[in-house]
Design a protein around this ligand. Structure first.
Ligand code: FHN
Length: 609
């Protein structure tokens, strides 16, 4: 008994001694785990106020601030990742004094509100959201609430956001502000800066009342009608704080929409994770935010520009899942916009304008997921099949469509299209050679009310992804894994994990024709799960396969010593044979080994050739 008490005392003492370190660690985790700061994915709906948002579908996001001047470099060193975080201790860790000094040289002489708005407009975007204040705390507009702003602290002296707001109105685009309400690295009383300030001394309410609220009041009262107030990283904001901002916006801008990153579930629409295009249809009012390259703000080394086709595809994919795509540009500190971004945006804009009906106001695909050849949007009785990969067979197979088709055409072209029925499959016969359009769109006019069986299907010609999100799981679960390969640049994948000896994942797939097919697996795996065995039951087969280590790391240096860095790869598992068409089960079961550390993204059925 005595021994036990002594042991308890030692344990308590050890815990007390470890407490400061544990707390410091908790702070670090809190401000590094950006994805945790987003909050949960919510299904939100703004009712009638959201109707313009449902029509708009495509917007421009702009990250522009003092960080644009550094462009990813500090004192001769390049910090790879998202440029607007360069001040943070996870990148250069710049002191408040050193960072504030940047304002003296911020002089965007090439800034041209008219050209920026024209770019957005010609790109097919319907509104612009720009950083009024990012986490660095510097206001990019003339703020009376803090002299740390572009008019008072920089040689530029002008208010570029006023010029942009006016120009948007002139050119008929919506306008909105990004405002970082919780993190302000310039303020000791706000959150985020644990390298200059002690987070334990922060009096958040003081910062909130003296800077955050007054600045949001300026934004909602001095820039005319706003389409959107875009808040970010709500972290541990209380509901009272979130509501105070909501009320402020509502009082002065009753039609303005607020995104979910206001926190506490009080926004009008949901912002999914950064750079996240979901694999399944998502309900409610939502957006996907993404960038033209990798960093949000300008970074000199970041040349990973999305192509014209990639941008158009992303717009289509987001609309086909039911959302709005807000695509970011990072202008340089002189106000110029990188030409590569401009070219791709304008190219995509040209395509969007000539296919406007398939995007603006269009609804999500009734199949609720993409096909490997492309994706579908809907308007009234019209289906729009956007063909990303033109099938050389000259056939597109649509599963489970009950309607008959009164008219079929390729938008903007006079090519011949015929329709045939093969059981519950609709066969769209198209020219074997892709018409002269970056992404051709086939329009099908339907008779009667749209009715689709949206279950998984495999046409035997184009690959079918049996994604984990579309499976039924037993003794395991589908979870979204998020990781960054460069700081702040998020990757997302829904994976099955939490395996045990009795885990089972089942998909039901509608097969168009019997035959032999190749089966592949997309997964990630660490060395602990290396060699573990799984059984796949489908068609005439019972196949045993072995997982190979893909090189997953936990904790990973790239995740700042926390979290997992998955290395996703695709492995060809073998050949499977089906002796009949129609709905079949594909069952994936654990068999032998240590399964923890194995993440299954999808199985794929492909043509066996
Ligand atoms: O931390 C910010 C980041 O810098 C950028 O502004 C993105 C855009 O969605 N939001 C935060 C991270 O999610």
């Amino acid at each position: 008994m005595k021994e036990k008490n002594k042991y308890h005392l030692q344990l308590v003492l050890a815990l007390i001694m470890a407490l400061p370190f544990m707390t410091a660690r908790a702070d670090e985790i809190a401000d590094s785990a950006m994805d945790k700061l987003w909050g949960e994915r919510l299904e939100l709906d703004a009712g009638e106020r959201g109707s313009w948002f449902k029509q708009a579908k495509y917007a421009m996001f702009i990250h522009w601030g003092l960080y644009s001047e550094l462009a990813g470099d500090w004192k001769g060193k390049t910090y790879f990742g998202i440029g607007e975080w360069i001040m943070n201790k996870y990148l250069a860790g710049i002191s408040v004094d050193d960072y504030r000094a940047l304002a003296k040289d911020f002089n965007p002489v090439k800034f041209d509100a008219k050209a920026w708005v024209s770019l957005a407009k010609q790109s097919g975007m319907k509104y612009i959201v720009i950083t009024a204040k990012h986490h660095d705390g510097f206001a990019m507009y003339g703020s009376k609430a803090s002299s740390y702003n572009i008019v008072d602290a920089s040689p530029f002296k002008r208010d570029p956001l006023k010029e942009l707001a006016d120009e948007c109105r002139k050119q008929g685009l919506g306008f909105g502000f990004y405002y970082s309400q919780y993190q302000d690295w310039n303020e000791k009383d706000a959150y985020g800066n644990a390298w200059d300030f002690n987070p334990k001394d922060a009096q958040f309410d003081k910062y909130f009342k003296e800077k955050c609220e007054p600045q949001v009041r300026e934004l909602v009262t001095q820039y005319g009608d706003l389409a959107v107030l875009w808040f970010d990283t709500p972290g541990k904001m209380t509901k009272e704080h979130s509501m105070a901002l909501v009320n402020l916006v509502r009082e002065h801008q009753p039609r303005c929409l607020i995104n979910s990153r206001i926190g506490n579930g009080v926004g009008d629409y949901s912002s999914l994770g950064d750079m996240e295009i979901p694999p399944e249809n998502v309900g409610g009012l939502w957006e996907c935010v993404d960038t033209t390259n990798n960093s949000w703000s300008y970074a000199w080394y970041d040349q990973n520009w999305k192509s014209t086709k990639q941008i158009a595809k992303n717009v289509i994919s987001v609309v086909a899942r039911g959302g709005t795509y807000m695509l970011n540009i990072g202008p340089r500190s002189d106000g110029s916009i990188p030409v590569n971004a401009q070219e791709s945006l304008l190219g995509a804009g040209k395509w969007i304008k000539s296919h406007a009906a398939t995007i603006y106001g269009a609804q999500a695909s009734p199949w609720e997921k993409a096909f490997s050849w492309g994706d579908v949007t809907v308007k009234g009785n019209k289906l729009y099949l956007h063909v990303f990969k033109w099938p050389s067979s000259g056939k597109i197979y649509l599963p489970g469509l009950s309607n008959s088709i009164s008219e079929a055409s390729i938008i903007g072209l006079s090519s011949q299209i015929t329709i045939a029925k093969e059981g519950d499959w609709t066969v769209v016969n198209i020219p074997k050679i892709q018409p002269n359009d970056m992404i051709p769109v086939i329009q099908l006019n339907l008779k009667g009310e749209l009715k689709v069986d949206h279950g998984l299907a495999f046409d035997g010609e184009t690959p079918a992804s049996l994604l984990s999100v579309f499976s039924k799981t037993k003794n395991c679960e589908v979870k979204q894994l998020r990781w960054m390969e460069k700081f702040g640049e998020w990757k997302h994948a829904e994976m099955v994990n939490g395996w045990s000896e009795s885990s089972e994942v089942t998909w039901e797939v509608n097969l168009r024709k019997p035959g032999k097919y190749a089966l592949e697996m997309t997964y990630s795996c660490d060395d602990k799960a290396d060699f573990s065995e799984f059984e796949i039951l489908t068609g005439l087969q019972a196949m045993t396969i072995q997982a190979l280590d893909t090189g997953d790391r936990t904790p990973s240096k790239r995740m700042f010593g926390r979290g997992l860095l998955p290395r996703v790869r695709t492995l060809r598992l073998g050949v499977v044979e089906f002796d009949k068409a129609g709905k079949q089960k594909v069952i994936f079961k654990t068999k032998k080994g240590t399964f923890e550390g194995f993440n299954l993204k999808a199985l794929e059925l492909k043509k066996y050739q």
